[in-house]
Ligand binder design. Structure first.
Ligand code: URA
Length: 227
């Protein structure tokens, strides 16, 4: 850790001062566990950093850890993760080649009812921007062939705030600059990035079957790009 949170003091939120100056994924994971770049660390149990190998060919980016992920410290270990794994398998994306992470590394929630059930709250644009340096570092270190943003929050973090998943899902775009400096416009070699719906949208849908087949069909675009 190299800095103090201004975010917790109500000023600019930014994870950048907490990033290590050097080192690979383990050094970044360790440093992220101390991140105070925005106030979300205050109520979450822990930082949930990405999981998977540094030589992964595809990075899947979710929104933020959920209740189970916050408890276990690993991304996509709850119901959305099970749905994601099923869809990836059906689409032909090998989990052995995948790195799973989130646009925001702390669980944001409100507590409800006597049992104090923790209900997911979407991250704000400020929180997404604050956490962006961690995602940028993961993308730089893993350097995958394909990045898949799952849902609107991840897509905004990757492609910029004007990106619309409903309009541009399932389309492979040139890879945005890892630090977001080009707002999604610059190609990085032959690598590509795309967006699809979040797997939890399938779980919430009235018409689960058609939402699920849409997710699988978008993920087939990634599978094809990985061949
Ligand atoms: N939803 C996400 O976006 N990420 C997780 O890790 C779990 C649920």
């Amino acid at each position: 850790m190299t800095g103090r949170s201004e975010g917790a003091a109500g000023q600019g939120y930014d994870a950048a001062p907490y990033l290590p100056a050097r080192g690979g994924l383990p050094a970044h994971r360790k440093a992220a566990s101390e991140c105070r770049g925005c106030p979300l660390f205050e109520n979450a149990s822990r930082t949930v950093f990405g999981s998977g190998g540094v030589s992964a060919r595809v990075v899947l980016v979710g929104e933020q850890p959920g209740d189970q992920e916050d408890r276990q410290g690993e991304p996509f270990v709850g119901p959305a993760g099970r749905m994601l794994r099923k869809a990836l398998e059906e689409a032909g994306v090998d989990m052995e080649e995948a790195y799973l992470t989130n646009a925001v590394k702390h669980f944001k929630f409100t507590s409800a009812g006597a049992g104090k059930r923790r209900i997911h709250k979407p991250p704000s644009l400020r929180e997404l921007a604050a956490c962006r340096p961690w995602l940028a570092a993961e993308l730089r270190l893993v350097d995958p062939d394909v990045v898949v943003a799952l849902g609107a929050a991840a897509a905004r973090s990757l492609f910029g705030p004007s990106f619309r998943v409903t309009k541009d899902r399932g389309v492979l775009f040139p890879m945005p600059a890892p630090d977001g400096s080009d707002d999604g416009a610059t190609a990085q070699g032959s690598a590509g990035a795309m967006a699809t719906i979040h797997p939890s949208a399938v779980l919430r849908a009235d018409d689960r079957a058609s939402m699920y087949s849409g997710l699988v069909s978008d993920l087939r675009v990634a599978a094809e790009a990985l061949r």
